[in-house]
Each structure stands twice: as structure tokens, then as C-alpha cells.
Design a protein around this ligand. Structure first.
Ligand code: ATP
Ligand code: NCN
Length: 221
């Protein structure tokens, strides 16, 4: 790299319902941290995720599971900022807070899995997401539907094909990433297993499994 080139902070956000957090989230988070050269990846539980029904477990409990799952993993942060806001957990509001915190020049990246990405045009103020941050989409086994028309319109010419291209600007671009360890793990599958008294060992970190058992979470469908 040219030593005269200024370097800017690289900050990521991975929002989720995390009901509960699992190794699909956490392994992706570690690999994103490395692949994007992030200083920090904020993992942010949504108390009221806008496009789905009420989560099974209270926001504070989902946060506690996330904290237990992250433990002391370098570069990952369990961020409770959405728990301090009332109303639907709009990502545009969260990105605006992060932009205020880190300043105009920071490379701010919102990460979503392919399933969430397919609905991006239905999100609150979708254009605003790109006025505040880049969007990085990660592959998820089982989700490869073509992009709906409204989403293609929203994206226009934003797509770039490398991390270095993405990081030339502070915001406004889209990158699709295939991470090394794609995992077919979902929170829905984990909730079903727990309701059927089946094991979730190696689907969630041990500390998360312990907390789920201790608090008797997800025992019924
Ligand atoms: N196994 C996975 N691999 C890659 N990305 C994932 C994986 N699981 C979830 N994600 C992404 O992480 C974000 C938060 O996901 P979320 O908390 O809704 O988990 P989930 O497993 O999809 O939950 P649910 O089954 O309840 O819908 C979303 O952007 C989602 O696409
Ligand atoms: O801002 C929105 O309108 C919006 C709509 C749907 C989902 N999101 C966010 O996307 C993240 C993943 O959501 P979900 O429902 O796939 O767990 C979570 O942080 C949600 O708050 C945000």
C-alpha cells in the first residue's frame, strides 16, 4: 500500500434478531472482520425487527446470549444501542448513530445475509442506507433466489467487485462476499430443535447453550 495514502477506520455492523445467536452468525462475523480488515464489528440485536413478528425471547435476554457467544473474541462487540430506542429497529437510524460516532470519513459497512438482502427494498428509507454506509451481502446456504426488480432498481450501479474498491469511498457501494465457512445454521432450526428437546451442541457456542439451558429458553414452539 502507498504509505502516503490516508487510512480510515473500517467499522462494520451486523444487525440481527439473534433469537438466539448461533455459529452461522459468529463464524461469519470473525471472517468478515478479517476479510474486510475491520477495526470493529458491531453486532446489534434488534428489539423490534421491522419485517417479522415478535421475537421469542426478550431483547435483554437475546443481548445476554450474544454477549455470551462473543465472549472475548477480538474485534466483535455486542452493541446494545437499539435496546435504548423505542419503536421499530430501523437500520437507517442505527447507521446514522454509527456515522455520528465515527465521522464522515470512516468506512462504515452494514452486513446482511442473502435472505435479508432480498428484502432490502422493503426496508425503511432504503436509499438512506447507502447515504450512510456500504452494504456487504454474505452468502447463506439455501438462499440464492434472483434479485427482485425493486431491489435491482435500488442498487443501480452501486456494485463493486473487491474489498479494496469498496474501501476507496466511505459509503454508497455494494459488495457480495462469499466467506470461507458458509454454514446452514438458522435460529429457526435451533428453536425447533430446542422445542423438540434435541441437542444444539456445535450449532451455538457452549456458553450460549449453557445459558439457554439455565434459563429454560425456547422449550415450546
Ligand atoms: N448461517 C448464516 N450464514 C450467514 N448469514 C447468516 C446466517 N444466519 C443468519 N445470517 C444473517 O445474519 C443476520 C441476522 O440473522 P437472524 O438473527 O435473523 O438469524 P436467522 O438464523 O436468519 O434467524 P431466523 O431463523 O429466526 O430467521 C441476517 O442478515 C441474516 O441473513
Ligand atoms: O430498517 C429496516 O426497515 C429493517 C427491515 C428488516 C430488517 N432490518 C434489520 O436487519 C437485521 C436482520 O433482520 P432479521 O429480521 O433478518 O433478523 C436486523 O438488524 C433488523 O433490524 C431492518
Amino acid at each position: 500500500m502507498n504509505s502516503c495514502q490516508p487510512t480510515f477506520q473500517r467499522i462494520g455492523m451486523l444487525g440481527g434478531t439473534f433469537d438466539p445467536v448461533h455459529l452461522g452468525h459468529l463464524r461469519s462475523a470473525v471472517e468478515l472482520h478479517e476479510a474486510l480488515g475491520l477495526e470493529r464489528l458491531h453486532m446489534i440485536p434488534a428489539p423490534q425487527p421491522p419485517l417479522r413478528g415478535e421475537p421469542r425471547v426478550a431483547p435483554q435476554t437475546r443481548l445476554a446470549l450474544l454477549q455470551a457467544g462473543i465472549g472475548d473474541t477480538p474485534g466483535l462487540v455486542a452493541d446494545d444501542r437499539e435496546l435504548r430506542r423505542a419503536g421499530p429497529s430501523y437500520s437507517a437510524d442505527t447507521l446514522a448513530e454509527l456515522r455520528d460516532q465515527y465521522g464522515d470519513q470512516a468506512r462504515l459497512v452494514m452486513v446482511v445475509g442473502h435472505d435479508a438482502f432480498l428484502k432490502l427494498a422493503q426496508w425503511h428509507a432504503p436509499q438512506r442506507l447507502f447515504e450512510l454506509a456500504h452494504v456487504v451481502v454474505i452468502d447463506r446456504p439455501g438462499y440464492n433466489d434472483p434479485l427482485p426488480e425493486g431491489l435491482r432498481e435500488l442498487l443501480g450501479e452501486r456494485e463493486v467487485d473487491s474489498v479494496s474498491e469498496l474501501m476507496k469511498r466511505a459509503k454508497g457501494s455494494l459488495l457480495r462476499l462469499s466467506l470461507p465457512s458458509r454454514m446452514a445454521i438458522s435460529a429457526t432450526g435451533i428453536r425447533h430443535r430446542l422445542a423438540a428437546s434435541q441437542s444444539v451442541r456445535y450449532l451455538v457456542p457452549e456458553a450460549v447453550e449453557r445459558l439457554i439451558i439455565q434459563k429454560a429458553l425456547y422449550r415450546d414452539e
